[in-house]
Design a protein around this ligand. Structure first.
Ligand SMILES: [Zn+2]
Length: 1018
């Protein structure tokens, strides 16, 4: 037979597009349209409904950026349409390709009841089926003129990302606003032909099935009268019945599809718009669930449910009912889909605590899967946190975005730094926005790496990022793919059912040990430095607030601020969303985030101050007029002040000195550390007195600021591409190198430089009794597309280094042997990186920056190895925020020569949790709990969230070894119970936790965490 395949395929494409799809709505009449535009921010629904309207017509411009227009459409169903299905078609001026990235609407009935959301893939509103002739139609649309930020020419700088700079030029023109007859037969024919045509394109050209489909499609096209598509659609469909009925092969890949809309809690839109986005999508999805009995939908992020509950209670009522019916499925058990690289140990834990608690309280549902489809990499600390939250599974597809290496598994056990293993699935469809296209289904089946031993994968299905969700077309296609020869099978499935089935069929999955590093978006560890520092400051202040408020509650009866802490935690958790903390949102989001963090800091300082004053007592009660107490919120004792306690300040003698250095510069010495700063303000020597060993590599200069051009190929705020390193400028020119402080307790040298349009001032400080050189850096940053690094070339020979993560640290190579090693050219640390040879090491600690890189070089002259650690201070991408990081910044870094891992842990906490001085009458404040083993670190002291008055203490093994110790309480202890993160009795196995009088004996595995609920006696 002659090969006419391409001819028939081209015919299908044209006839579908030009004749069949337009025939879905064979008749229409225009609606009458009027509008009112809210003057500023969105108004309450009642106000929008009641506002006076002005006429507007199809073709008219509307919608200044970020404005809201209330559009009213009215009309009458023509008498001739009686008995037919009638829909309103409302096209706000959509671009078909970008649902969620442009204008959107929510449709209301005249009484204010929400009907459904409008987006380019969902423009219809069902009026009646069957319609009565003469029926009046009246609908209102709350239309949001969200501007397009990510356009067809993506990553171009734009002022549209903040309403303060976006201008008032209308963004859209009203397009179709009609009442129309919906021909369901033609609509079904479209789906038949799409499914078969898309499947056909994926099948081998020499296989019989492809040709069977081609001939059936050809017969269907022959059966259509192009002048009467509506009259002949049924006949065309009948030509396709047989090929649609042929069942899938027994070995076919099995896809569990779950309706979904990935909704970024903020990104190319502000938080307030997400509040409306989730309502629109939830309105659509609850409506679709009513129309489609087999369909199931899942939504993650407790925060988004909470927004609907607060702002759109009518939609929430529909959600609640659908959840109770088991068809709208809460997923993930987290407050938001957060970043996981940067949140602290406690914050990562609280994401699950607050998420799971919300779903339990609202729906009685306990999620057992962590749902993070779009998060930019996963730390080795996360598996233990997931398990301690009472969960056991993880879903993400993001690692498929890695630039270099293809991950070897789709279903596997993921083992964290402590040995906890979590059953993990990466959907092989490689997207969280599956739309049931044949190419996606075939890709999932072909791509699945675990063929032969496993057969199931999950496909989150629906328009996402900016919301939208699943469409009736996707549901229609899924129905045809249920059991279809040549295709993977598709059925709607809840995430938990998928995981249970996948786990059951795969008893010995492969194991991946350590972090799931995303080989992309590495600059999200640095962009928007003020947002990141706001997060870190909030985490530190929350630690202190919980500690001192709990101490004051138990000691003085001061009321514990449960509600305020709960609200503050949720705000911090929201801002850890995977486009806020990573710095990849529009200017508006980061501007608001900085203001929010400032407000939280003020509130937390007030809580801390009140609690500490209550503990310190009234200075007036002291005959001497009060004494100064030093409070230590860090988990290790310092300056004779116990961890979690306070003591009267004692000024030590101190023997710090600073002397001029021959040839320029200064020598700083405190008996523990001797630091030489050269005439360029760079550290050329740092000798740890205990060992006599030099930390700085021969010929190296530490504290060196380096500037690189930084213009990635795409995703400006997200990405730094490897080639940035090819060009570098060492910032060695100085405006000033001078002694800045001189006294026995403290000596400091100040270094000022200017470069480009920017200036930097650094203060290098050595304090009595401390083996740490503190470097405070203030930058007035006015560069574009540059990357600023702070380098420390160290004389250490090691193949790997440690970087702190949640509840421990993870190791990364210092070399680039494999493509996997080379790809980690920018990575995350929390408070320290640590490098060591046997018996001696160096730590670099910081409360300021997360991004860093570590490289090695062998010196020609002495054959020794220089290992260089560089912190990533600032970037200046111009998309999506055209002025990212411009202005003033402050950073703190510190060099700790001679540090073991325990020193790195201790100094990491100390540098971010300074002592606080309060004048009172007490002689001291005894800590509530004390540990006698340094490797056991307290990560939280708080009152139990249930209001029982129990004390909750979380402890982890911080060194990566085994640790035994005793946690002593300074109050009479009635009971001590190991708990999960939600403060419920722990039911799994765990290291030794034994009550021992007024204390608990602990024996923990490497990096093991344990949460204790301690009930005071009486
Ligand atoms: Zn996302």
């Amino acid at each position: 037979m002659h090969d006419d395949r391409t001819l028939v395929e081209a015919r299908l494409k044209r006839v579908l597009e030009e004749r069949i799809r337009p025939a879905v709505y064979p008749e229409s009449v225009p609606l009458t349209v009027s509008v009112w535009t809210a003057p500023g921010e969105p108004v309450p629904v009642a106000e929008g409904l009641a506002a006076p309207r002005s006429p507007i017509a199809v073709g008219d411009a509307w919608g200044a950026p970020w404005s809201t227009s209330w559009i009213t459409v009215t009309g009458t169903v023509p008498e001739a349409w009686a008995g037919r299905t009638v829909e309103a078609l409302i096209d706000l001026g959509f671009d078909a390709n970008m649902p969620g990235f442009q204008c959107e609407g929510l449709v209301y009935r005249p009484d204010g009841t929400p009907v459904k959301g409008l987006n380019p893939q969902n423009q219809w509103v069902r009026i009646a089926a069957p319609a009565a002739g003469g029926e009046p139609v009246l609908l209102h649309v709350e239309a949001a003129a969200n501007p397009v930020i990510l356009d067809y020419h993506p990553f171009l700088p734009t002022e549209l990302g903040d309403k303060e700079t976006a201008g008032d030029k209308p963004q859209y023109r009203l397009a179709r606003m009609d009442l129309a007859v919906f021909d369901e037969t033609v609509w079904q024919l479209v789906l038949d032909l799409e499914v078969l045509g898309e499947l056909m394109a994926e099948l081998p050209a020499d296989g019989a099935r492809r040709w069977e489909l081609l001939r059936a499609v050809e017969r269907a096209l022959d059966a259509i009268d192009l002048q009467d598509v509506n009259g002949t659609a049924e006949a065309a469909r009948s030509c396709l019945v047989e090929v649609l009925a042929a069942p899938a092969a027994p070995s076919a890949h099995r896809i569990g599809a779950i309706g979904h809309a990935h909704i970024d809690s903020a990104w190319l839109w502000p938080l307030r718009e997400t509040v409306r986005k989730v309502a629109r999508t939830a309105a659509n999805m609850t409506a679709l669930l009513e129309d489609e009995p087999d369909f199931l939908y899942t939504m993650s992020q407790a925060q988004q449910f909470a927004w609907i509950k607060e702002h759109r209670p009518e939609v929430y009522a529909r959600v609640k009912k659908a959840v109770a019916d088991g068809r709208f499925v809460p997923a993930g058990g987290m407050w938001v889909e957060s970043d996981t690289n940067m949140p602290s140990s406690e914050a990562m834990a609280r994401q699950f605590v607050h998420g799971k608690r919300f779903f339990l309280a609202e729906f009685g549902i306990e999620n057992e899967e962590a749902w993070l489809p779009d998060t930019f990499g996963f730390t080795g600390g996360l598996p233990q946190i997931i398990r301690n939250a009472g969960s056991k599974w993880l879903l993400t597809q993001k690692i498929s975005w890695s630039q270099i290496n293809k991950f070897p598994h789709h279903t596997f056990l993921w083992e964290g730094i402590d040995g906890t293993r979590i059953f993990t699935h990466f959907p092989p469809v490689d997207t969280y926005n599956c739309s049931m296209k044949g190419s996606e289904i075939a890709h999932a089946a072909r791509n699945f790496k675990d063929k032969g031993v496993a057969r199931h994968s999950l496909a989150p299905t629906g328009w996402g990022d900016g919301g939208g969700g699943t469409t009736r077309e996707m549901v229609g296609k899924a129905a045809r793919l249920r059991d279809l020869e040549g295709s993977a099978t598709v059925r709607w499935q809840r995430p938990a059912e998928f995981f249970a089935e996948a786990e059951a069929e795969y008893p010995k999955p492969p194991v991946w040990v350590g972090e799931l590093y995303l080989e992309l978006h590495r600059a999200t560890l640095t962009s928007q430095a003020r947002t990141k520092q706001g997060n870190r400051r909030s985490e530190n202040l929350l630690r202190e607030a919980e500690l001192w408020c709990a101490t004051a509650a138990l000691r003085t009866g001061l009321a514990y601020p449960y509600e305020r802490l709960d609200r503050i935690w949720k705000t911090v958790l929201l801002h850890q969303f995977h486009d806020i903390l990573p710095g990849s949102s529009i200017a508006w989001v980061h501007r608001e985030a900085e203001a929010t963090y400032a407000g939280l800091a003020a509130e937390l300082e007030e809580l801390i101050g009140t609690a500490q004053q209550a503990l310190a007592g009234d200075p007036a009660a002291d005959p001497a007029g009060g004494r100064e107490l030093v409070f230590n919120g860090a988990p290790h004792g310092r300056s004779a002040v116990p961890a979690g306690g306070a003591a009267v300040a004692v000024a030590g003698p101190g023997d710090c000195s600073v002397t001029a250095r021959e040839g320029g510069g200064f020598v700083l010495d405190n008996g523990l550390l001797r630091v030489v700063v050269d005439g360029d303000g760079l550290v050329v020597s740092a000798v740890d007195a205990a060992s006599g060993r030099e930390a700085v590599a021969p010929g190296g200069r530490a504290n060196l600021l380096q500037l690189h051009p930084d213009f990635p190929n795409m995703w400006d705020a997200w990405d730094v591409d490897q080639f940035y390193r090819n060009t570098v400028t060492d910032l060695v020119g100085t405006d000033e190198v001078a002694v800045h402080g001189e006294g026995p307790a403290e000596v400091a040298v100040r270094v000022a430089r200017s470069f480009g349009s920017s200036a930097v001032t650094q203060t290098l400080t050595l304090r009595a009794g401390s083996g740490r050189l503190d470097i405070d850096t203030e930058v007035d940053w006015h560069e574009a597309e540059k990357f600023l690094k702070l380098a420390f070339p160290l004389d250490v020979h090691t193949e790997r280094y440690a970087a702190e993560t949640q509840f421990g640290h993870q190791f990364r190579p210092t070399h680039t042997n494999t493509s996997w090693d080379a790809a980690k050219f920018e990575a995350c640390n929390h408070r320290f990186v640590h490098l060591a040879e046997p018996g001696w090491g160096v730590a670099l600690v910081t409360p300021s920056t997360y991004g860093h890189d570590v490289t090695r070089a062998v010196r020609a002259d002495d054959g020794g190895t220089t290992t260089t650690v560089r912190f990533s201070l600032l970037r200046a991408p111009r998309f999506p925020d055209p002025r990212t990081d411009q202005g003033r910044h402050r950073f703190r870094h510190a060099l700790v020569p001679g540090a073991e891992i325990g020193d790195a842990v201790r100094e990491g906490y100390a540098v971010g949790l300074p002592e606080r001085r309060v004048t009172g009458s007490a002689e001291s404040v005894r800590p509530l709990v004390e540990l006698d083993q340094d490797a056991l670190v307290v990560s939280a002291v708080k009152l139990a969230d249930d209001g029982s008055g129990d004390l909750v203490v979380r402890v982890y093994e911080s060194g990566g070894g085994r640790a035994r110790g005793r946690l002593a309480t300074s109050f009479a202890l009635a009971a001590a119970v190991p708990c999960d993160l939600l403060e419920r009795p722990w039911e799994g196995t765990r290291g030794e936790v034994v009550a021992d009088g007024d204390g608990v004996r602990l024996a923990l595995r490497p990096f093991e965490l344990v949460t204790l609920r301690l009930t005071p006696a009486g």
